[in-house]
Design a protein around this ligand. Structure first.
Ligand SMILES: [Zn+2]
Length: 139
């Protein structure tokens, strides 16, 4: 048994993750290239909600303006909750990545600012999309 398949004494469900990775990487780079400031994440929220719906979740969007909740029911028992932030920061990206953000936005005081996912929330949304898809495939 490899160390990668063991966590806290039990197996981790990894079935299917490798098949999801190419598409999740595309999703991640798209999110990275299209960051949105806090409370303005309408595109990101729409994409996240769409993925949850397609995966079979009951989706409620627009919570607190841009929040999204997806519910997947499979009977009585423990509840698993996953959470991801979606907002990006008012900073200029200088990574040189082919999918680097060139986005600017108007902040809450009317100033035009560069926007980038220097926070990693693009990865939050991407892993949540993957985890939510895997949960469906394992119930
Ligand atoms: Zn962020």
């Amino acid at each position: 048994m490899s160390a990668a398949k063991v966590h806290s004494g039990g197996p981790i469900a990894t079935g299917g993750v490798n098949e999801l990775l190419p598409e999740l990487e595309k999703f991640y780079t798209d999110l990275h290239a299209h960051p949105e400031l806090s409370m303005e994440e309408t595109r990101t929220a729409r994409l996240a909600a769409d993925r949850l719906r397609v995966a079979g979740y009951d989706v409620t969007a627009g919570i607190g303006k841009t929040g999204v909740v997806g519910l997947l029911r499979n009977g009585h028992g423990p509840t698993v909750m996953l959470r991801a932030d979606m907002d990006a920061l008012p900073v200029k990206e200088a990574t040189g990545l082919p999918y680097a953000s060139t986005v600017t936005a108007t902040d809450s005081v009317g100033k035009v600012v560069p926007v980038a996912h220097a926070c990693g929330h693009d990865m939050h949304v991407a892993w949540l999309a993957g985890a939510s898809a895997l949960l469906v495939s394992h119930i």
